[in-house]
Ligand binder design. Structure first.
Ligand code: PHB
Length: 399
């Protein structure tokens, strides 16, 4: 069986970026088809970051995608930067009048998938043999096509006005951007991430630098917590018993104030390698890239999901202009999105390098980083700058 049809926007990738775009387009009266090679179950159980910027929360709520973030999300007024065994609070609310919300990416995905289903959106999970063609679309009347086999084995060939690559960091659509420049940086460290069944140890996030290295204390629910510690990118998960993990985490947050983590059984362990990556331009012909397909950041600044949502908010606006006949709209998207991407790249790189240690670090490097942290937290301007970056910048306006 095979069928051919057409849609205005073909979206490759039905994670949070693809689904949010499809949702926003539907509200603007623009139809789309979103496909993903992963099945619903896989996406909804892949644990990712959990912090939403103020504007990401607003986007979810104001667009009618989800109210649950307001009732189940935990609003945080700040974070703690911990070093020399002491907490140094960065009060976002007081410094810049903004907050962040702890609400896991898996919940954002589930809410968006539900909203698409509720509104009759066309979303196909578990597709195979998907590809896109004719994205260059230089001659009049030429259109890109999105092809795939759906979960029931039916082959589809969909003519689209625009194709959006929202297919994550291992993006296949990105390969179609001819002449692209791929800018990246790798790091000599990774995160060892755990989920554990334990009560909360602290009511905000703690980003800690210690002689033993980095640790991040985050939460999920009253009974389940998320924590990370910096490790080598080739760390062997099986070499880490629960006892060894707890000892490492406790050492990395210990201090004269007697702060200790509440322990419990560890229910998931993963190593997350990270890197910084940007593909320029984010547009080629009738193809545009959004989210991780176009850029990746290390997780230290909690920017990944927020950047993806910021991309698609701008993209939805520009696609509306595109369908109203504005020829420059796709370029305008790429330009507006990139401006934010590079700010986030810098911030994520900066947070990462300031807080992590490597085997090669000299005592000088170590003291220099502590000097940087000291200088940051003792300056109201320094704290305000961090608060501004962490809670999110406004998008570059249209036009
Ligand atoms: C998380 O809760 O998983 C989390 C929070 C903040 C980060 C990264 C991950 O910077």
């Amino acid at each position: 069986m095979s069928s051919s049809s057409r849609t205005q926007v073909g979206i490759v990738g039905a994670g949070p970026a693809g689904l949010m775009l499809s949702h926003l387009l539907a509200r603007a009266g623009i139809d789309s088809v979103a496909v993903d090679t992963r099945d619903y179950e896989t996406i909804s159980t892949t644990h990712r970051a959990g912090i939403l910027e103020h504007d990401s929360v607003r986007l979810l709520v104001d667009s009618g995608a989800c109210d649950r973030v307001l009732t189940e999300g935990r609003e945080h007024d700040g974070i703690s930067l911990r070093f020399n065994g002491e907490h140094h609070r960065i009060d976002f609310q007081e410094l810049v009048g903004a907050t962040t919300t702890l609400y896991p990416q898996t919940d954002v995905f589930v809410d968006l998938a539900k909203a698409r289903e509720r509104d009759g959106g066309d979303v196909r999970f578990a597709v195979t043999d998907s590809d896109i063609t004719d994205v260059r679309a230089t001659t009049d009347g030429e259109r890109p096509r999105m092809r795939f086999t759906d979960a029931d084995g039916e082959r589809h060939d969909i003519e689209c006005d625009v194709v959006v690559g929202a297919d994550g960091s291992r993006s296949v659509t990105r390969q179609h951007v001819e002449g692209r420049e791929e800018l990246f940086r790798s790091y000599p460290y990774a995160w060892f991430g755990i989920l554990c069944e334990a009560p909360q140890s602290y009511d905000e996030l703690i980003y800690s630098r210690s002689e033993r290295g980095f640790a991040l204390i985050s939460q999920r629910t009253d009974k389940v917590q998320r924590m990370y510690f910096g490790c080598s990118p080739d760390e062997d998960v099986d070499a880490w018993s629960d006892d060894r993990i707890w000892e490492e985490l406790q050492t990395r947050v210990a201090g004269e104030d007697g702060f200790e983590l509440q322990q419990g059984p560890i229910i998931e362990k993963t190593v997350l390698p990270f890197r910084s990556f940007v593909c320029e331009p984010m547009r080629y012909g009738r193809l545009v890239l959004a989210g991780d397909a176009a850029h990746t950041v290390p997780p230290t600044g909690a920017k990944g999901l927020n950047l993806a949502l910021a991309d698609v908010r701008v993209l939805a606006e520009e696609l509306e202009r595109f369908f109203a006949g504005k020829d420059d709209a796709l370029d305008a998207y790429a330009e507006r999105a990139l401006a934010r991407v590079w700010r986030a790249q810098h911030f994520s790189y900066w947070m990462t390098t300031m807080l992590h240690t490597t085997e090669e670090d000299s005592d000088f490097d170590d003291r220099r980083h502590l000097g940087e942290l000291e200088s940051l937290v003792s300056s109201e301007n320094g704290r305000a700058w961090l608060a501004e970056c962490y809670t999110g910048w406004p998008n570059k306006p249209a036009g």
